[in-house]
Design a protein around this ligand. Structure first.
Ligand code: UDP
Length: 332
C-alpha cells in the first residue's frame, strides 16, 4: 500500500510513518517543518520505501500529485500547541481550514480513502464528561484566541463529513486527545515534555493556573495503532472517533509525579494563566474521552499506563537510544 501522510515529520506523523514502514508499506510524507522536524524522520530518510517532500499542504499542485500517487491519505498537518495557536491565530486558521480543503478537494477528485485528524479541543468547555462523539461542542467567545483552533478544527470536521455525504469521499475523522511519547517537544507548550525538560534541568516546573485542571494522556504507540486500524476498516467511513486514554491526572499531580520520577530538586511553581498565555485565557478544567466507539469498532483498547508513558518520555530525554514502550503497533 502507498500511504501519503501530511504532517509526516511531526510527532504523531513520524511515528505513523514508522508503523507503515515496519509493515512493509510505502510512505510519502509532506511537511513544511513549521512544527515538525527533519530529526523526527532522519532514521527513515534512506529507507527505500520512504519519501519526503518539504512543502506546504496549502500547495495545491504538490498535494494533487502526492494524492494521485497514493492509496490512502492521512491529513495530520495542522497548527498545533496552545501557545503557538494563541500567538498566531491567523496562521492557525489558514493552515487548518485551507489545508484540509486542499486535501479533501484533491482526494475527492481521485476518490482516495482519507483520515482527517481533529482534536479533543473541539469539545471546548463542555462539562459532559466523558466526551462522546455525538455530544454538543461548547466553544468560548471569539474574543478568546484559543477557540479559533477549536473552531477551525470543527470546520475541518464539517468539511470532511460534507465531502463524505455530498461527494461519497470515504473519509474518517479522529479527535485526538492529549497524546505523548518520545519526539514530542515542549517547544509549543505541551505539558509533559515541558515538565520533564524543566525537572531534568533543575529549573522550576511551571504549573499554569492552580493545577487542578486534569487531562488523560495517551501513548503515541496506542494512537498510531488506532489510526492504522481505523484506516484498515471500511466500517469507520463517514464516522467520527475519539482517540485517547481514560486515566485522568491533574496537572498539579503530574508535576509531582515527574519531579519524583526524575529525582529532581526543581521547585513546582504556579503561573497565572494570563501570564502563561494571554489575558482572559480560558482553560478546559477536565478533558476525558469516551472511547467505547473506538474500542467497539476496531477491537482495540489503549493499554499503556501513565506511569509507563512518563518512564518512556523521561528515558527519551536521558537515553535517546532507549526503546519505546512496546505496544501492538510494534508488530503491525
Ligand atoms: N500546562 C502547564 N504548564 C506548562 C504547559 C501546560 O501547567 O508548562 C497546562 C495547560 O495549561 C493545560 C495542561 O497543562 O491545562 C495541558 O496543556 P497542553 O498544552 O499540553 O495541552 P492542552 O490539553 O491544553 O491542549
Amino acid at each position: 500500500m502507498k500511504v501519503f501522510i501530511t504532517g509526516g515529520a511531526g510527532f504523531i506523523g513520524s511515528h505513523l510513518s514508522d508503523a507503515y514502514i515496519k509493515r512493509g508499506d510505502e510512505v510519502h510524507i509532506l511537511d513544511d517543518l513549521s512544527t515538525g522536524s527533519i530529526e523526527n524522520i532522519s532514521h527513515l530518510k534512506d529507507h527505500p520505501n520512504f519519501q519526503y517532500t518539504i512543502d506546504s499542504v496549502l500547495n495545491r499542485s504538490i498535494v494533487a500529485e502526492l494524492v494521485d500517487q497514493c492509496d490512502v491519505v492521512y491529513h495530520l498537518a495542522a497548527a498545533v500547541g496552545v501557545k503557538l495557536i494563541v500567538e498566531s491565530p491567523v496562521r492557525t486558521m489558514k493552515t487548518n481550514i485551507q489545508g484540509t480543503e486542499v486535501v479533501l478537494e484533491q482526494a475527492a477528485k481521485k476518490q482516495k480513502r482519507v483520515l482527517i485528524a481533529s482534536t479533543s479541543e473541539v469539545y471546548g468547555v463542555s462539562e459532559h464528561i466523558p466526551f462522546k462523539e455525538d455530544g454538543n461542542l461548547v466553544m468560548g467567545a471569539t474574543t478568546k484566541g484559543r477557540w479559533s483552533y477549536a473552531c477551525s478544527k470543527a470546520i475541518d470536521e464539517f468539511l470532511a463529513l460534507a465531502y463524505y455525504h455530498e461527494k461519497s469521499l470515504p473519509t474518517t475523522v479522529v479527535r485526538l486527545f492529549n497524546t505523548v511519547g518520545p519526539r514530542q517537544t515542549g517547544r509549543y507548550g505541551m505539558v509533559v515534555p515541558s515538565f520533564v525538560r524543566q525537572a531534568l534541568a533543575g529549573k522550576p516546573i511551571t504549573v499554569y493556573g492552580d493545577g487542578t485542571q486534569s487531562r488523560c494522556f495517551g501513548y503515541v504507540g496506542d494512537v498510531v495503532t488506532s489510526l492504522v486500524k481505523l484506516m484498515d476498516s471500511t466500517d469507520t467511513v463517514g464516522e467520527v472517533f475519539n482517540i485517547g486514554a481514560t486515566e485522568e491526572v491533574s496537572i498539579g499531580e503530574l508535576a509531582e509525579l515527574i519531579k519524583v520520577k526524575t529525582n529532581s530538586n526543581s521547585e513546582i511553581v504556579m503561573i497565572p494563566y494570563e501570564e502563561a498565555y494571554e489575558a482572559g485565557f480560558e482553560d478546559m478544567p477536565r478533558r476525558v474521552p469516551d472511547v467505547s466507539k473506538l474500542e467497539n469498532c476496531i477491537n482495540f483498547k489503549p493499554s499503556v499506563s501513565l506511569d509507563e508513558i512518563l518512564d518512556s518520555v523521561i528515558a527519551s530525554f536521558t537515553k535517546p537510544t532507549s526503546k519505546s514502550v512496546k505496544t501492538e503497533s510494534a508488530v503491525l
